[in-house]
Design a protein. Structure first.
Length: 217
């Protein structure tokens, strides 16, 4: 009897151990699966983060390339403008050699209020330009008009060349509306390159902001 009871106890103990071991294995398995899922999730998150960084870097690179292209186009435009003005200066110099000065008028700040950064024709200039138009029409020979735009030295050299040209073009348009044909008018900008007074004073800068109109045969 004792032998039979001992065998049953041994079997019971063995079953208990087996059951206990099985529970531990399942828990360990679930833990391993959860840890593996977390590692996979972390890897996927890292991949997505890298993809976003790559997209951001590409967008930034494209933006910088576009800015470089824009600056290159602007540099080309400025260079072409400088060449055009040089050609105009050459034409005017050639004509000046062949002709003589018949009449000249200067539209400066003290006469026509060519204020700072202004490009349109001031009202005070109308009478002066109307008188010039009448003189040109009174000549019984072919003449041409040379218009020079000048500025003070406020701002960059390139900006002042453009501003001087805009002021000269405003005078050209006024003369054209008054009846002088465009083929008889030449325009050039000197910008800040030919001051007639000291740019260190307000009065000097006002004198330098001017348009010189010459009538030559």
């Amino acid at each position: 009897m004792r032998s039979g009871r001992s065998g049953l106890v041994a079997i019971g103990v063995a079953l208990a151990l087996f059951a206990s071991t099985g529970c531990v294995s399942k828990k360990l398995f679930r833990k391993n699966v959860e840890e593996t899922d977390q590692r996979v999730s972390d890897v996927e998150t890292g991949v997505e983060t890298n993809e976003r960084r790559i997209r951001d870097l590409k967008e930034e690179t494209d933006s910088r390339l576009a800015a470089v292209d824009s600056k290159a186009d602007r540099a080309t435009e400025i260079g072409q403008g400088a060449m055009t003005r040089a050609d105009q200066a050459s034409v005017l110099a050639d004509k000046a050699i062949r002709g003589k000065l018949l009449y000249e008028v200067t539209l400066s700040n003290d006469k026509v209020k060519f204020s700072f950064d202004q490009t349109s024709i001031p009202a005070d200039a109308a009478a002066v330009l109307d008188d010039l138009i009448a003189k040109v029409k009174s000549y019984n020979k072919a003449v041409y008009v040379e218009i020079e735009g000048h500025t003070d030295n406020t701002g960059t050299e390139q900006y002042n060349l453009t501003l001087g040209e805009q002021r000269a073009m405003a005078v050209r348009n006024y003369l054209f509306e008054g009846g002088i044909p465009l083929h008889a008018i030449n325009v050039i900008s000197r910008g800040e390159q030919a001051p007639v007074a000291d740019n260190k004073t307000a009065d000097g800068r006002a004198q330098n902001r001017r348009v010189v109109v010459k009538v030559l045969e």
